[in-house]
Design a binder for this molecule. Structure first.
Ligand SMILES: Cc1cc2nc3c(=O)[nH]c(=O)nc-3n(C[C@H](O)[C@H](O)[C@H](O)COP(=O)(O)OP(=O)(O)OC[C@H]3O[C@@H](n4cnc5c(N)ncnc54)[C@H](O)[C@@H]3O)c2cc1C
Length: 411
């Protein structure tokens, strides 16, 4: 009963479990998939400690019709799913007002800023040195024109003591030989970096957990049932498990696990895709995110990863593999010399909240039930500090991050 149960074995669950384990608690993770079988498997790998802008921003509404009309646009919406998500979109619109965006940016920064230190604490210096780089992240644009929120972002960056570096065309050509002339601008976020393998990093973390006594139960949680004595029963497809403290870290699927308890979470799926190319298909001197095209390219242990695009298609919607080809088409426009065929394509679902803040902390009205999901496009960045925050709350320790902004009760 003293063992803390965690539903999920993606990056959010693993980081929370490791923080709890490092504090001396027994943990067990329940997930029918192998470690990092969800969104944590194939993401872009960026660790964006120095990024803080929420997804919803002023002026975005004006851009959306153009994105939707463009067959290579960064956004796709399936109307049926969008109808169901109308309340989510209304909240998203509210989050995009200027003052609210700035408030959210400050909260996101409070979580992101320690991402690298937290990764080092969780995996130790050796794995950190092998799998994590903190050499900066490039942002690219095809246009010289500044975006509507760039001035605000710059001002917030100064407030947070962060730096970014403008890179001219010659600098871009040095870092990316053969880069198409369509790319006009570059900006290095010097405080960011990446992992050379999100799945590999998750597996390394799982190995440490196992070594130190964590259990991995290959089961699917079907229902969570509160017991009269204040404990929780997790009914899986194979067994019953009891616990005093239960952490829900099941990514986008957390929403449906909580609904039978009367707990409604504004969470939706932002599906993304990746295409893997053989290593060296293009020379990438620094991993980059192209802001207008909605893709990133990261050199990884497994090859060169082109990841991105956002598709609102509902949690149960089928993937549309053509969107992976669209991401690849962008890569080919940026690097016309790329000849290689993709090695594989992949899709995963970002667990997205309308205000871009994860949902962390106690479930309302249910003692011993803890929430840790909703990292959206930032799971590799947020999971280590978010896991620490949730672990602190479970253990009754004073958290160093203000937990209030992350509570579900904010909705
Ligand atoms: C294309 C793409 C690119 C991205 N790029 C980046 C990036 O560069 N940097 C970054 O920081 N983030 C990035 N992200 C976001 C990041 O991948 C996610 O935020 C993060 O992986 C979410 O982690 P999670 O552990 O919450 O969810 P998941 O990794 O999805 O894990 C949830 C787990 O819960 C399990 N589960 C579900 N239901 C049950 C159940 N009933 N019982 C038991 N287990 C269950 C699932 O099997 C799954 O293993 C990207 C995402 C995508 C899709």
């Amino acid at each position: 009963m003293d063992r803390i149960l965690i539903i999920g074995a993606g990056v959010a669950a693993l980081c929370t479990a490791r923080h709890l384990q490092m504090a001396g608690r027994q943990v067990a993770l329940i997930d029918p998939q192998p470690v990092s079988g969800g969104a944590s498997f194939g993401n872009g790998g960026f660790i964006s400690a120095a990024s803080f802008m929420p997804g919803a921003q002023p002026g975005m509404m004006r851009q959306i019709p153009g994105w939707l009309r463009d067959p290579l646009g960064p956004l796709a919406i399936r109307p049926k799913a969008a109808m169901k998500d109308t309340p989510w979109f209304l909240r998203w619109l509210r989050a995009g007002r200027d003052a609210e965006m700035q408030r959210l940016a400050r909260v996101i920064h409070s979580l992101h800023r320690s991402a690298f230190d937290d990764w080092k604490t969780l995996v130790g210096p050796q794995i950190y040195g092998e799998m994590i780089r903190r050499d900066g992240e490039m942002l690219l644009w095809d246009s010289d024109e500044k975006g509507a929120t760039e001035a605000t972002e710059k001002a917030l960056e100064r407030e947070f003591g962060l730096e970014s570096q403008v890179v001219d065309r010659a600098g871009l050509e040095d870092l990316y030989p053969g880069l198409s002339p369509v790319v006009r601008r570059g900006l290095i976020k010097t405080g960011n970096g990446y992992t050379t393998s999100p799945a590999g990093l998750c597996r390394a973390l799982a190995e440490l957990l196992r070594r130190d006594g964590a259990e991995f139960l290959g089961e699917k949680a079907l229902k969570i049932v509160p017991q009269g004595d204040g404990s929780w029963l997790v009914l899986t497809n194979c067994a019953n498990h009891s616990t005093r403290d239960l952490v829900i870290a099941a990514g986008v699927w957390s929403r449906d696990l909580l609904r039978p308890l009367g707990i409604h979470v504004p969470l939706t799926s932002q599906r993304g895709y990746h295409a893997m190319l053989p290593a060296g298909s293009a020379t990438i001197g620094m991993p980059f995110i192209h802001r207008g095209r909605g893709i990133g390219m990261t050199p990884m242990l497994e090859g060169l990863r082109v990841a991105g695009t956002i598709e609102f298609g509902g949690i149960d919607g089928l993937p549309d593999e053509r969107r992976a080809s669209q991401a690849l088409a962008h890569a080919r426009q940026l690097f016309p010399q790329i000849q290689a065929k993709p090695l594989e394509i992949w899709t995963g679902q970002r667990p997205a909240t309308p205000d871009s803040l994860p949902i962390l902390g106690p479930a309302p009205r249910h003692s011993g039930l803890w929430l840790c999901f909703g990292s959206g496009a930032y799971g590799m960045t947020q999971a280590p500090p978010a896991g620490r925050l949730v672990a602190d709350l479970v253990l009754g320790r004073q958290p160093s991050i203000d937990p209030n902004a992350f509570r579900l009760s904010r909705f």
